[in-house]
Design a protein around this ligand. Sequence first.
Ligand SMILES: CC(=O)SCCNC(=O)CCNC(=O)[C@H](O)C(C)(C)COP(=O)(O)OP(=O)(O)OC[C@H]1O[C@@H](n2cnc3c(N)ncnc32)[C@H](O)[C@@H]1OP(=O)(O)O
Length: 431
Amino acid sequence: MSTPDDAPVTDAPVTGDPVTVRPARPDEAPSLVDLDDLVWAESERLPREVRLRSVPTRTVLVATREGETAGVTGAWDVEVGVPDGRGRARLVPADGVTWVGVHPDHTRRGVLTALIGSQLPATREAGRALSVLKASDSGIYGRFGYGTASTVLRASFAGGTTFAAPPEIQELADATRTRLQTAGPDLAPRLHAAWRRAATDRAGEVVRTEADLTRNLTDVPEHRGDREPNRVLVATRDDEVVGFAVVRRTVTEEGSVLGGRADVPIVTTADAAARLALAQRLTRLDLVTRTDWWVPADDPLVLWQPGWPRSLADGVVDSLWLRLVDLPAAVALRGTAADLDVVVEVADPVLPENAGTWRWTARSGEGRLERSGEQAQLSVDVGDLASVWLGGRSLGALAVAGRVREHAPGAVARLDAALRTPVLPAQSVDF
Ligand SMILES: CC(=O)SCCNC(=O)CCNC(=O)[C@H](O)C(C)(C)COP(=O)(O)OP(=O)(O)OC[C@H]1O[C@@H](n2cnc3c(N)ncnc32)[C@H](O)[C@@H]1OP(=O)(O)O
C-alpha cells in the first residue's frame, strides 16, 4: 500500500471523480472520529480521549480532490479459529475489519469499493490469508467476496432455566467454581490466555489482542447508559480459567415489582461443562429475570432444552463474514477431515490472484492448492467458498441452490467431506 505522501490519485469507481486512497496519518485521528460520529449519528456521549483510543491502528481513507475525507476503513489484528480437521480449531492471524464509514454526502459513489480495493491487497501483502468482519447490514459485503461464515441466534434464557445436561457434564460443572468480579485491566492477561485456549473448542472464534481485551474490560461510565459497569463471571477448575462471561445487568422496576436483564456481550468456554456452569450462574442471579446472549444453533445450552424452545430465540442472524484473501495460504492453514483430490474453478473478480483453476489435494489432514490446467470438476465463487470454510454451511446446499456447479459427479461431496466439521462455527465477541 502507498504511504500518505506518495498515494496516487485514482478515479472513484462510480463517479470517476479523482480521489486519493491512502493510509491515514496518526494526526488525522481526530477528523476520523468526527467522520465516524457523523456516519453513525453518535451523540458524542463518549469523552474525546475514549473515542480517539478506539481508532484502529491500520486505517485507510479516501480523500476527495478538495482534501475532504469521504470514507474510512480500519483493521484490528485478530486471530480466527479455523477448523483443524479433527473436530477442533486452530488460531490463525487475520485482519478484523472495522470502522467502515462513508460520509453521508459521498455514499453510493464507489467510496467503499475504493477502500476495499485498497484494503484487501494490503491484507494479502501483509501475509494474512483471511479477513473477517461483523456487518452492519447483510447486503454490503457479498459483492467484495466475503461470505457469511457463521450465524447465531439470540438466546434469551428465563431466570431459573434448567439445562438437562447428562450427569457427567453436570458433575464437572459442579466442580467448576464461578466468581463474579468487576471487570478491570488487571484481569486481562489471565482471561486472554484462557480465551485463546477456549477458542480451539470450535471454529469461528475471533480472539482480539490482549491490549484490545484490556480496552473491552475497562469500564467507560459513558458507555453504560442505565446498566451497571462491566462485570466478569470467571469459571475456574483446579485453579485454571476454563471460561468467562462479561455481563451487564439492568434492573428495572414495574410498579413495585423488580425485574432485570443480563446482557452477555462476551462469553467463551473451553468445554460444555464450563458453559453449563456459567449459564447456571447467569440464570440464577438475584434481580435478573432474563439473560440474553448470542449462541450457535447447536450450542449445548440449546440442545439441553426439550425440543427447540420457541421462547428461546427471536431469530437467526448472520454473524461472522469471512474473506479468503490468499486462497493457497488459506487452504494450507485449514485442516481437512478427509483426504482429497479435486480440481476446482474459483471466481474472484476483486482479487484475481485467487481466480482460476486449482488442484486441491489433502493428505493426513493438511490441504494444498496448486494451479491446474485440468478440466474443473466444480465451480464456486470465492464468497461461497468462504461461507463453507468454518463449517457453517455445506457446498451441497449451495449446489442445490445452484450457486456451486458440479461438472464431475461426486466432486461436491468429496470436497464437503474434506471440509466437514462436527459442530457449527461461532463467535463470542463483537469487534
Ligand atoms: C465492518 C463494518 O464496519 S460494517 C459498517 C458499515 N458502515 C455503515 O453501515 C455506516 C453507514 N453506511 C455507510 O457508511 C455507507 O453507506 C457504506 C459503507 C455501507 C457503503 O459505502 P458506499 O461508499 O456508499 O458504497 P459504494 O458506493 O462503494 O457501494 C458499493 C455497492 O454496495 C451497495 N451498497 C452499499 N451499501 C449498501 C447497503 N447498506 N446495503 C446494500 N447494498 C449496499 C451499493 O448500492 C453499491 O452497489 P452497486 O455497485 O450495485 O451500485
